[in-house]
Design a protein around this ligand. Structure first.
Ligand code: NAD
Length: 260
């Protein structure tokens, strides 16, 4: 595979799935633009530790809920990296509450970060990709882009939305060298999910291990988490020539969750 020298922007890449994807691209010789909050230096160090020789690692602190900040992020990628060849829309948050209890501010934040941000990055990245004749947009959706669960209205709406955006953008680029696809993970043990394990443990008076077992048993037939590394391998496949004609899919990696 000849991804060497291309540039990937991975939103929300200081943690979890995004960090795993950034590491996988850097290992392949892809320059990486990181984004997200928390321990940025640790994330940079973790990517640098596995990067191939010559890989440039950048960072931009754009708040993905803010269109103007996203424009600044894309301008930074253009100025310092010559644009984005591989766009991974990954930044995401969760909030759990039933519809009639759902805080309006959390609804707006989830739609902005988990859905609208991907519209903004994609609209800004596509012209450059089309001009170069090659590009990959990979949207980290979720099984919740395909099916619903209770108490996750904003998340499920945003993830169904990003699957729809994926299909439209894939159709609009279908005759070009740019492909647009979505990945739909089931449970992945990241900080986003650990919070849900902790809430269950507290609510039901369970140990971490038992709360984890119950969380998996409820939805995921394999009883296993998917790992960021496995998801990153799927992203690399989308970037390979074998996937040149994979367009507009919402590809589940979910231990059988959506097969039920
Ligand atoms: P995580 O909490 O480990 O990482 C989220 C990342 O997004 C972090 O880098 C965080 O700093 C960043 N982020 C949050 N708000 C941001 C903002 N306003 N601006 C910029 N960056 C922001 O979560 P994760 O589990 O790795 O989730 C990554 C993606 O995968 C999300 O879109 C999530 O919905 C999706 N996903 C996760 C799971 C799972 O089980 N963990 C399953 C399906 C889909």
């Amino acid at each position: 595979m000849t991804l060497n020298g291309k540039t990937a922007l991975v939103t929300g890449s200081t943690s979890g799935i995004g960090l795993g994807m950034a590491q996988a691209f850097a290992r392949q010789g892809v320059h990486v633009v990181l984004n997200g909050y928390g321990d940025v230096d640790a994330a940079k160090a973790q990517v640098a530790a596995v990067a191939a020789a010559g890989v440039k690692i950048g960072y931009h602190d754009a708040d993905m809920s803010k269109p103007a900040a996203i424009e600044a992020l894309m301008a930074y990628a253009q100025a310092d990296f010559g644009g984005v060849d591989i766009l991974v829309n990954n930044a995401g948050i969760q909030h759990v509450a039933e519809v009639d209890q759902f805080p309006v501010e959390r609804w707006d934040a989830i739609i902005a970060i988990n859905l609208s941000s991907a519209f903004h990055t994609t609209r800004l990245a596509l012209p450059g990709m089309k001009a170069k004749g090659w590009g990959r947009v990979i949207n980290v959706a979720s099984v919740h882009g395909l099916v619903a669960s209770t108490a996750k209205s904003a998340y499920v709406a945003a993830k169904h939305g990003i699957v729809g955006l994926t299909k439209v953008a894939a159709l609009e680029t279908a005759t070009t060298g740019v492909t647009v696809n979505a990945i739909c993970p089931g449970w992945v043990l990241t900080p986003l999910v650990q919070k849900q394990v902790d809430a269950r443990a507290q609510r039901d008076g369970l140990s971490n291990a038992e709360a984890t077992r119950q969380l998996l048993a409820e939805k995921e037939p394999s009883g296993q988490f998917t790992t960021p590394e496995q998801l990153a391998e799927l992203a690399l496949f989308f970037c390979s020539p074998a996937a040149d004609n994979v367009r507009g899919v919402a590809w589940a990696m979910d231990g059988g969750w959506t097969a039920q």
